[in-house]
Write a protein that binds this ligand. Structure first.
Ligand SMILES: Nc1ncnc2c1ncn2[C@@H]1O[C@H](COP(=O)(O)OP(=O)(O)OP(=O)(O)O)[C@@H](O)[C@H]1O
Length: 183
């Protein structure tokens, strides 16, 4: 059994890694979806209350509360698969919780691309409001995520996949990793 956690700064390629997992029928547990379900359980609209509920969970259950809420979902996914990918890790507290839960079976992977490359890709992605449109700039997003403990989570990674080449070559690197872990 292997639980692969993905970390990386905004726009580094985490969702692309998750998409490759789905293509290979590796279940993906998205921690953001766990928060969305918690919004629904509290009768709140996830489109407007996602951040508030994530914060409330952490206030009520400590800094690893979202990881705690994700554990049963990961356990379920492990029932039907040797490998499970976890997207949405934001802090070293969450990494520690997964290490406690899965021990040597937890592998933390950092997806890395330099700032300018990420900025260009996020600019082309189309789903992000730019700073001019009232959205957050990539500098601000980086700062916010680093504030949650993403820097420490990245430092704790067991390995780094560089995502500076083509999308196809990144997909190939992720496929190699997932196939290697499934073997
Ligand atoms: N190697 C690549 N070449 C070209 N485009 C890429 C490459 N890797 C990722 N992209 C594109 O860059 C954008 C950012 O990637 P992705 O959405 O996977 O990042 P992310 O880490 O999930 O970001 P966020 O934290 O903001 O959700 C996407 O539009 C993706 O398709």
């Amino acid at each position: 059994m292997k639980v692969i956690g993905i970390v990386g700064l905004p726009g580094s390629g985490k969702s692309e890694a998750a998409a490759v997992a789905e293509e290979l029928d590796v279940p993906v547990v998205t921690m953001g979806d766990v928060i969305r379900r918690e919004c629904e359980a509290r009768g709140l609209d996830p489109t407007t209350h996602h951040g508030d509920v994530a914060q409330a969970l952490r206030e009520e259950g400590g800094p690893a509360a979202v990881a705690d809420a994700s554990l049963p979902v990961i356990e379920d996914a492990l029932d039907g698969s040797e490998v499970v990918l976890v997207d949405g890790i934001r802090s070293d507290a969450e990494v520690e919780r997964f290490e406690e839960a899965f021990g040597e079976s937890f592998l933390l992977v950092n997806v890395h691309a330099p700032f300018e490359v990420r900025r260009e890709r996020v600019g082309q992605r189309g789903r992000d409001a730019t700073a001019d449109e009232g959205g957050e700039s990539l500098e601000e997003r980086d700062r916010r995520e680093l504030g949650f403990g993403m820097g420490e989570a990245i430092e704790a990674a067991d390995l780094t996949i560089e995502n500076t080449d083509t999308l196809e070559s990144f997909h190939e690197s992720v496929r190699d990793l997932l196939r290697g872990e499934a073997a």
